[in-house]
Design a protein around this ligand. Structure first.
Ligand code: NAP
Length: 310
């Protein structure tokens, strides 16, 4: 049987790296599977200006590299590979990666969540070049510009209202007439002088030139009629999906797939912990994910002391 690790961390965003740093400094010899696209959602953002300690801002990719270097310095072992399945039915747990099985007494799940993109024509080319899925991250880059927000839920209303701090005009488009957003957030957006709402519209094609986004062709789903809108920024706010499919239902999740924390950061399976956006339906910030990663690492230390190494 292969060596049994103290802790395997699955996922390499700020939650995972922070957990790795803490567990490495506690001499737990943690092993991380960071995914083929390690670094998480922040690899997609431009400058991060709201993480304390970086007065000049820092690019998402650079921050992830630094978090990784710091954790590796203290002994975190990172493999940029995806976990295909887990078996939490017996202890030690089994984590399968590229057909190979790894055993561990504890596991931290920090696989994050991914924003749902629209998948409209020309979208991939404009991701990070005018089209964003995070107003908190990228809103300040659109000072005095006209921007589009797509969605009819609380996220769309919140993003649109936040964007009015920077943008000269915010147009919300929603594909139907009924909104999922709560009344208070909808009313706040509806009555804001900088916000215009257009119902029965969805993005058919993103328009761009060498400098980035220039607008979009909008389509009315009822009759297929189209119109063009000129914007230099667009924020897709149609929801997030947590990355929990590989767990195959072994850990309790809510109806949207987010892991439910049972006792501090511990999940429904004792010895399995979760941190960051994979549990967080509310804050979804790098700093909150990092904080939760720290909490999970400390919870793992205590759990190992009380259950394995006692
Ligand atoms: P949501 O409530 O599921 O709303 C998603 C919206 O996107 C819906 O209006 C949906 O339209 C639209 N949409 C989905 N797929 C689309 C597509 N392919 N093309 C065009 N539109 C599409 O998601 P959310 O707004 O992210 O909110 C998620 C949860 O977090 C909610 O429980 C919400 O209350 C909560 N939240 C709370 C706050 C807050 O309280 N401060 C802030 C943000 C989020 P349809 O309605 O037509 O399906």
């Amino acid at each position: 049987m292969s060596e049994v690790r103290n802790v395997i961390i699955i996922g390499s965003g700020p939650a995972g790296y922070t957990a790795g740093l803490y567990n490495a400094r506690a001499m737990l010899n943690p092993l991380m599977f960071g995914g083929y696209m390690s670094g998480g959602q922040l690899m997609l953002t431009t400058d991060i200006e709201n993480f304390p300690g970086y007065p000049e801002g820092i690019s998402g990719a650079e921050m992830m590299m630094q978090l990784r270097q710091q954790a590796e310095k203290f002994g975190l072992e990172v493999h940029d590979k995806d976990v295909s399945k887990v078996d939490f039915s017996s202890s030690p747990f089994t984590v399968t990666v590229e057909g190979e099985e790894y055993k561990s007494h504890a596991v931290i799940i920090s696989t994050g969540a991914e924003a749902i993109w629209l998948g409209a024509e020309n979208e991939d080319a404009q991701k990070g070049r005018g089209i964003s899925v995070c107003a908190t991250c990228d809103g300040a880059f659109f000072r005095d510009q006209e921007v589009l927000v797509i969605g009819g839920g609380d996220s769309a209303m919140e993003e649109a209202t936040f964007l009015t701090r920077f943008a000269s005009k915010v147009t919300i488009i929603h594909r139907r007439e009924v909104f999922r957003a709560s009344k208070v957030m909808l009313d706040r957006a509806k009555t804001h002088p900088k916000i215009e709402m257009k119902m029965h519209r969805q993005v058919k094609t993103w328009l761009s030139d060498d400098n980035g986004l220039t607008g979009a062709i909008l389509e009315d789903p009822r009759d297929g009629s189209t119109e063009e809108i000129g914007v230099t920024g667009a924020f897709i706010a149609i929801g997030h999906k947590p990355i929990t499919k590989f767990l195959d239902g072994q850990v309790e999740t809510d109806e949207s797939g987010y892991i439910v924390a049972k006792e501090h950061t511990m999940t429904s399976v004792p010895g399995v912990f979760a941190a960051g956006d994979v549990v967080d339906t509310r804050y979804r910030q790098a700093i909150t994910a990092a904080g939760m990663g720290c909490q999970a690492a400390i919870d793992v230390e205590h759990w190992l002391e009380n259950n394995i190494h006692n």
